[in-house]
Design a protein around this ligand. Sequence first.
Ligand SMILES: Nc1ncnc2c1ncn2[C@@H]1O[C@H](COP(=O)(O)OP(=O)(O)OP(=O)(O)O)[C@@H](O)[C@H]1O
Ligand SMILES: [Mg+2]
Length: 230
Amino acid sequence: MPKKDDIMVSTQTLEKTYEVGNSKLAVLKDINLQIPKAKFVVLCGPSGSGKTTLLNLIGGIDRPTKGKIVVAGQDLTMQDEDFLSDFRCNHVGFVFQAYNLVSTLTVAENVAFPMEWTQKPEKETEKRVEELLKTVGLEHRANHFPSQLSGGEQQRVAFARALANDPELILADEPTGNLDVKNAQKIVQVLQFLKSEGKTVIVSTHDLQIRELADMVFCLEDGRLVGNNE
Ligand SMILES: Nc1ncnc2c1ncn2[C@@H]1O[C@H](COP(=O)(O)OP(=O)(O)OP(=O)(O)O)[C@@H](O)[C@H]1O
Ligand SMILES: [Mg+2]
């Protein structure tokens, strides 16, 4: 049994039900999850099984309907939006399937964006952006706009942005879902680097190359987790 301080994500009888009009859709039914720090975790399950929903709960983007969720030592269960946005800024880097870059900002400005809330000196931010763009191999594209980049390149910028505040937890939602094999390979390299750095990474994916990196694999089926440690 890992000690409490060694746990990054812990959920108890976590439930999420969406209400649309008069009908209720129970997406997550009884999720009991323990993810130790520094693990590389793959989340799988068919389309519509609740992978994005679960990542959103872990990342403090959305709130559960029932149950308890503790992430990075913070109880997220009954928190308000101010608490959750602070939590996201300080603890989590999120990479979305659809990149979600700000189209009117350059690559460098997109990467610097999360650092604005932490009020770092400008020089420090510039240095960090340079370093992050080097990590994802895009230092030569710093002044380009997202529309001037390929999908794979945009996704690498999204990773650089997610890493800006050096989060202890990185959540990536099907990061290679829209990419061809060659571009996916570059994302796999970024993930490999994060694993080697000892970050806790949770990736929702069907990508077999990413699955090879996994210390733990969990699959969602009918709103429940079928887990195995690989
Ligand atoms: N905001 C919402 N309101 C109502 N229903 C929602 C909402 N978000 C998701 N759902 C529903 O919840 C279920 C789970 O959705 P979710 O996006 O978590 O699945 P997923 O496993 O990520 O699927 P995919 O592999 O296609 O990305 C789906 O049936 C979806 O229609
Ligand atoms: Mg999804």
